[in-house]
Ligand binder design. Sequence first.
Ligand code: ADP
Ligand code: ZN
Ligand code: ZN
Length: 750
Amino acid sequence: MPETSQERYVQVLIDQPLPELDRLFHYRVPDGWDVPLGQQVWVPFNRKLIAGWVWALDDRPPENVSTVQFLAAVDRHVRVPDDVRQLVDWMAHRYQCTRTEALHPCLPPGPRQRPSRWVMLQGTMTTEERASWGGIDPDAAAIIARLSRAAHRQMRLTTLLQPDRQAQTAAIERLIRAGWVKLEWQLPRERPPIEHKTGQREQTPSPWPPLTAEQARICEHLATASGPVLLHGVTGSGKTEVYLHSAREVLARGQRVLYLVPEIGLTPQAGARWTERFADYSVLLLHSGLKDRERHGAWHRIASGQVDVVIGARSALLAPIDRLGLIVVDEEHEPSYIQDQDPKYDAREVALFRAHQQGALVIMGSATPSLEAYWQAGMGRLQLLTMRERVTGAALPPVTMVDMRAELAAGRRGVLSQQLREAIDQRLQRGEQSLLYLNRRGFSTFVLCRECGEVLTCPHCAVSLVYHRAAQVLRCHYCQHRQAVPKQCPHCHSEAIRYFGTGTQRIETELLQHFPSARVLRMDRDTADSHGVEQVLNQFARREGDILVGTQMIAKGLDFPAVTLVGVLAADLSLHVPEFRAAERTMQLLTQVAGRAGRSKQPGEVIMQTYCPEHYCLQAVENHDYVGFYRREISIRQHLGYPPFSYLARVLFTGLVEAEVAMAAETWAERLRDQAKSIGPLEVWGPAVDGIAKLEDRHRRVLTVRWQGIDAEPLRAALQATNQAYRRLRGRPAAVTVSVAIDSAAEPRV
Ligand code: ADP
Ligand code: ZN
Ligand code: ZN
């Protein structure tokens, strides 16, 4: 008997997001192939050739399987690094999605490229033949190229690799002559290298200001920190400078830095500060305006270790960066750190996981930490560092409340109170700038019929349409629907149609009435693609505007030295959003905007208009008292059993046919209740119609689950088991989608 070489197998994760396929399939590795873990491969599956990923190596075939197929091709272009593979496993489990769903955002965008050089089988061949052939490994490209010139003149080749595989050449030639094989060619997509997006290569780094005493103290703590840090620093305390200093040390050690911001499109200033400071390093800005091709290039640059500093939103965490020394999560409290589609991950948790993998330091910074983070710090899971002073030494700006009930009683019905108008007037006379913030969360201008009370809603989503005055149209803020404003009520045909609400446009109009010569700039979702945002901000920074009116988008991270007045309209509006984090979010937003005032030499002032000045949330903002707010709010959460004193899961059912959605939700809920019996204090509420009953023509039902255990594992297990049981059910409405989101803010962090 001739010596048989060791058989080798791989377990492949199929590149399909279906839950049924979220398991590993065995394939045999043809002799002589080098197939490392994480490599992208192409495998025969249900008579098709599809992409997959080597998820495990094996030296024996699976049990109970008679024939194991061979790998068809290896794509050397993309390989999932080991730590990303572990991250994917962890995310899939923690956030209840398939591994493929978790993997996709970790990869360069776009469909999996068909191998750019591969050979397609025309006939059938025995596995032995295929194995001995082994030639569709793209490493054999050079060989194929030689053949291609003879056989297929129109083919082109862009890359030549290892031209030394004689045996394979012969095999391929034989196969082609026999008509077994046809060569197919696809050009690899161009991958232009991404240059410094700032174009500042030539520039010398901008100077480093000496640290203040408080900053220096914090930096010392950070240098010796043994675990993740929560940096609670008042607005203007110079947290960014602290991040930059820590980053500099990490880079000097030859390690890499990841700087996360909530929404990169809205914070061009932040990116600029980093790129200027680290002009000597290779800094990559993963902003939302990048085209797929550029993202692709960015991924490969990061993967090949060419990037020292990555700046981006939450998804930057999933990039294949290694040798990480520091991850900064700026504005840690921002809800946009949670992704609302599968994988529904929380970037703060993922940051901790990534840092743990690579031994990096995590700094989570905020002037208003999320309640959970502050609580986690209290539990000793994060190290709390506090900065109490502004860099300039100036006090935080005084906050004055204007009670709008009194305004109304005095017969003043405008959007701007008298006090605010006077304050604006002062600024105009002194040549200083004002920022007017419209707290519009969950609020917009809608159209209502005064005869029958009908509110115009989107035909695809059960939400009211928003009136856009500039374009004179009604738009749905959830889908792409837009329509003209009707002359008559579609319901009762009355012509008494009225607009309600206080949009930024209306404020702009009122401002121009009072201050005809003021230069007013406006920024909201209408003005703003990311380009528009940058343009308006730059204009304001160049002092080409006296007043900037805007929504949430002007709350974050902006640093305009000439702004001495911040006015907040309808401060209490977001308190009435029906969710348990409403007070927390309101406090955070208002503190952020208030923090935009008086950041330089001239002192600042904040005026907040409200209908309930006595609310503890607004009181906390008025008194700059985060800790007071925290104590009050955390005791309410504890009393009501909300996170972080419980885990809440939201199971969302959507589908085109309402009755099917309702039935699916009922059935699922029933299964879960069965599960709940065996695991203890699991509460199942609903199903109920979701807050948005219909979205993009899909009806929505929601189930809320509460679990008051120490960790969320039993809850995850119950949800998973329910999902599995449900999928096995005959006659279930197959067209209904089930999606699970767990609020795991309380979970011991990694
Ligand atoms: P935060 O992020 O805490 O709100 P920033 O880091 O944006 O604060 O700093 C506020 C302002 O103070 C910025 O204009 C920044 O350039 C400036 N600044 C920060 N640290 C120093 C320092 N050590 N010396 C001089 N200016 C500083
Ligand atoms: Zn819609
Ligand atoms: Zn009507």
